[in-house]
Unconditional design. Structure first.
Length: 470
RNA sequence: GGCGCGGUGGCAGAAUGGUGAUGCAACGGACUGCAAAUCCGUGAAUCCGGGUUCGAUUCCCGGCCGUGCCUCCA
């Protein structure tokens, strides 16, 4: 089983070769905690969550780090606008982020370093860059001198001339070169700051990731991921800082970037007002349905997000879960709650191959559909059916699906829904059953239509009537 | 201007130098009091023009259309 990954550095897929086969190290650029996570964040983090799950299946030990950026101009701006203290903004937003990602069904990263707890590491790295001649101090700032690095721009494939010619912003007078970027910036009156050799201030945007990866994963590690928009300047500058500070040829061997998301065909943007927060979508749809919709396109392809797609994904999961609801006597869902790499013998090879081909999730989902179809069609013996169901669950679990009790899945309802409670539904079903026994089909259908109007869908099966919220 | 991505059935969305998956939708049938679910079956697609090739949706060139980035942005 060969894992191949698309490497932005090479612009091609290549076989993944870990630095240490016994311990794979992955870093993903996490959120800046000043506002709710939006659906675009959810896409990126869902893609790398899946990568982490796959790596953990394939390798004995994986360290997955995803940072929290808790010092940033946007956070300061938000605090100034609302009057809420910065610590409160970041603590509240971080908690919200965790709740959102949990409900989406993502695994927590193994390490979640916070920028404010690595200020000392950042200062030390900047000092090293200055000592080696790659950076300089000017007017309370520390800046990285881009021309000092001969092969700057390899990741984004930009020449330094292009950068200077394309610069949109006015160049600060203290910069030696227009392309130079900030490592440390002075704090204005009332802004948070830390003492440093360049005065009281705060780190630039890029240095935190360089410092935190070095602290937690080492100077050179396996995979660095993030959204497509981070290629330039963020990742390019991380690479410059880390390589120059450490004297290494690479910062990470593989650089992976998730594609963008549009909303019903338009670029998602706050000014257009066409963005969704993860929370508002989770209020309307189950997290698994939202994540399946996100993963139904390959992570590097553009994804056009619509609520219709989430509805379709929810219906697909209904079908997957129904298999287990209808055959609960054959396969004990609860007792199979944790299906991990020890269940590899029942993991479908075509499914795993799809994921190993640069996370081809549409192909992998297709294979789960195939396994589900095979299970539904299995009628030779209960043993064969149980095995077929087990194969479905092992595969789905690897992607983080089929993680809840089928009964709970079908009874899920949107936040704040004021529909019938479970007992009222059960009572209506009992009334309908009585009507059916009396051959009073008009009354039975009236009850069914009545429930349907309230979002309750009934299904008469050989073992009685079951229901779901639709 | 520079760098990049994409154009596959009604919709979504993979793959492939040689019969183009899968899901949803549609249609026919089984089952059902009727439905739903499930099962069996049917129809339906590679933007345009060149080139390479025995053969191109796939590789190369050009065009058209759409779209992203170029120091706030997952």
């Amino acid at each position: 089983m060969t894992l191949s990954l698309y490497n932005t550095l090479l612009r091609t897929k290549e076989a993944f070769a870990p630095i240490d086969r016994t311990h794979v190290k992955l870093y993903v650029c996490g959120p800046t905690v000043y506002d709710y996570a939006h659906i675009g964040n959810a896409r990126t983090f869902s893609a790398f969550d899946l990568l982490a799950r796959l790596l953990k299946h394939l390798y004995p030990k994986v360290t997955y780090a995803r940072n929290i950026t808790d010092v940033d101009d946007k956070i300061i701006e938000r605090s100034n606008q609302s009057g809420e203290p910065i610590d409160s903004v970041t603590a509240r937003t971080t908690a919200q982020f965790h709740a959102d990602m949990d409900d989406l069904g993502l695994l927590r990263p193994d390490i979640e370093p916070r920028a404010t707890r690595h200020i000392g590491d950042m200062i030390a790295m900047i000092e090293a860059l200055i000592a080696k001649g790659f950076a300089y101090a000017a007017e309370g700032h520390a800046l990285f001198n881009v021309p000092s690095m001969s092969d700057y721009g390899k990741l984004s494939r930009r020449s330094q001339d292009e950068l200077i010619a394309g610069a949109r912003v006015e160049v600060a007078p203290y910069k030696k070169s227009p392309a130079d970027f900030v490592l440390w910036k002075p704090a204005k009156e009332g802004e948070p700051g830390w003492d440093s050799p360049w005065g009281k201030g705060r780190p630039g945007w890029h240095i935190e990731c360089s410092a935190m990866t070095a602290a937690h994963l080492g100077q050179v590690f396996d995979i660095h991921g993030g959204g497509l928009d981070l290629i330039f300047p963020h990742h390019e500058n991380e690479i410059a800082q880390s390589r120059c500070a450490h004297g290494t040829q690479v910062m990470a061997n593989v650089w992976m970037h998730s594609g963008f998301l549009t909303i019903a065909g338009d670029k998602m943007s706050k000014s257009l007002g066409n963005f969704y927060t993860v929370r508002e979508l989770l209020d309307e749809f189950p997290g698994e349905a939202l994540r399946l919709a996100i993963l139904s396109a390959h992570y590097r392809q553009p994804l056009d997000f619509t609520k219709d797609k989430v509805e379709l994904s929810k219906k697909k999961l209904d079908r997957w879960y129904r298999l287990f609801k209808e055959n609960s006597g054959v396969f004990n869902f609860a007792n199979s709650a944790v299906l991990d790499k020890h269940d590899g013998k029942d993991l479908d090879p075509d499914f795993l191959n799809a994921l190993c081909d640069d996370l081809n999730t549409p192909e992998a989902i297709k294979e789960i559909d195939r396994l589900v179809n095979e299970a539904y069609a299995e009628n030779s013996s209960t043993t064969a059916l149980a095995l077929a169901m087990r194969k479905v669950k092992v595969a789905a679990n690897l992607m983080g699906f089929l993680t809840q009790e089928p009964e709970a899945w079908f009874k899920w309802q949107p936040a704040g829904a004021s529909g019938l409670d479970d007992a009222a539904v059960e009572q209506a079903i009992a009334d309908r059953l009585a009507a059916r026994k009396a051959k009073n089909f008009a009354e039975a259908d009236r009850i069914r239509n009545d429930l349907a109007a309230q979002g309750i869908i009934l299904e008469d099966g050989p073992k009685g009537t079951t229901w779901k919220r639709g």
